[in-house]
Ligand binder design. Structure first.
Ligand code: ZN
Ligand code: ZN
Length: 403
């Protein structure tokens, strides 16, 4: 049949770049499979939010799923919380948390020596803190955790307590709008109780004896409300799944109603088990209409400013993508959520290359997957929120506008 009925959306996180000595990592990498997909399909470039806007991974992924972040995004907290496995409900206010080390009132280690064994500390906080509202506090990866406050009259417009740098004082959380004053008060009370529990916790006493930094405070940031949105299946009538390693992307998938499929050995780094992730994605297409596969190591290499590592990892991704070339009845879409140029070591607003291959697609003359080749393709320049409508049309699932 000449119509696809499934979509595999592959997001190479931050893979898009600027030239380093004349060429981008996507141009330099050895990518026969990605280039084959480009030859079979239609390419273009995409501003995931808008020209000149530097996107975070969260808002970019939301836009690529067709949710306009400008309408529903208040902060990263709820997505991290959902990714950490907290059942988030509409209206709750969520925060990202770090266990940290404080001496007097100064942060000496924002990650408390990258402490991993936080289960006991988390349990003590769950049992020992008492607030005027309900709360859920859960472990996330490594030294991280997530907090959700539940109750009436909560407001996400509060500042962070995380100073973002060692050597600075813990900030008390302030209301950024008058209606958030109660929330600020509650969260400062939470911190105060947490600190008194952590200070005398046996695990921290042990750590100090062993010369390790105690996890004696919690820094909070990214306050946000769990958005009230249609699920992916309500919005599109498609059953979707997400395959990712980072809590943020998993949480975005969950909040949008995608099933999270876990992959053993997926780390979010360049050491990740990406072969299994790709296999899982292909497998997931048997039971789902739509699968989002995020591969994160490209972004990590960029933040490290390591062009060689990034280029090598892209070549490795290409190898494991061999089985998706020409996948039956499926639109194979490859893109990035934003550019992360290795020379910038952070996200930039440069548009990302995007390509769509599969039955019915009007293939163009583009023969390679990179930023420069894609710019000459038939998709021209689109925005992130345009992608889902284009894909829905290609699988014949859109309503006609007009008569
Ligand atoms: Zn990203
Ligand atoms: Zn990044």
């Amino acid at each position: 049949m000449d119509i696809a009925n499934k979509v595999l959306l592959i997001i190479l996180d931050g893979a898009s770049d600027r030239p380093v000595n004349g060429k981008t990592p996507l141009q330099l990498a050895n990518t026969p499979n990605l280039d084959k997909i480009a030859s079979m399909g239609i390419s273009g470039i995409m501003d995931t939010i808008a020209p000149g806007v530097r996107p975070g991974s969260d808002v970019a992924h939301l836009a690529l799923l067709g949710y306009d972040p400008r309408e529903m995004y208040t902060g990263r907290g709820p997505f991290e919380a959902a990714g950490a496995g907290i059942p988030v409900k509409k209206g709750g206010v969520a925060f990202r948390c770090n266990f940290a080390t404080r001496r007097n009132n100064v942060i000496v280690d924002r990650r408390a020596g990258r402490i991993r064994e936080t289960n006991e500390l988390i349990k003590a906080i769950q049992e020992g803190v008492h607030l005027d509202v309900g709360f859920v506090f859960e472990k996330s990866a490594g030294h991280r955790a997530a907090l959700v406050l539940r109750g009436d009259g909560l407001d996400p417009n509060v500042s962070d307590s995380d100073p973002k740098h060692d050597g600075e004082a813990v900030r008390s959380i302030r209301a950024l709008k008058p209606e958030a004053e109660r929330t600020a008060r509650i969260i400062n009370e939470f911190t105060k109780q947490v600190e008194s529990i952590l200070e005398r916790h046996p695990l921290n006493v042990e750590r100090v004896k062993a010369g390790k930094p105690p996890a004696n405070t919690i820094l909070m940031r990214g306050a946000g409300t769990v958005p009230d949105i249609k699920t992916f299946s309500e919005k599109y009538g498609l059953k979707g799944a997400v395959i990712a390693a980072t809590a943020l992307v998993i949480g975005i998938g969950r909040i949008c109603g995608l099933n999270y499929i876990e992959t053993k050995g997926a780390t979010g780094g360049t050491d990740s088990n990406i072969n299994s992730k790709v296999k899982n994605a292909i497998d997931a297409l048997k039971k789902h209409d739509f699968v989002l596969l995020n591969i994160k190591g490209t972004d990590e290499a960029s933040h490290d400013g390591d062009a060689e590592k990034k280029t090598g990892f892209i070549s490795k991704i290409d190898e494991v993508l061999a089985p998706v070339v020409g996948l039956k009845d499926t639109l194979v879409v490859v893109t990035a959520d934003h550019s992360t140029p290795v020379v910038v070591r952070d996200h930039s607003a440069d548009p990302v290359p995007v390509m769509i291959a599969g039955p019915g697609v009007r293939a163009d003359d583009v023969r390679a997957y990179d930023e420069i080749s894609a710019a000459t393709g038939g998709l021209n320049r689109i925005r992130g929120v345009d992608l889902m409508p284009i894909l829905m049309d290609l699988i014949n699932r859109t309503e006609k506008f007009g008569a």
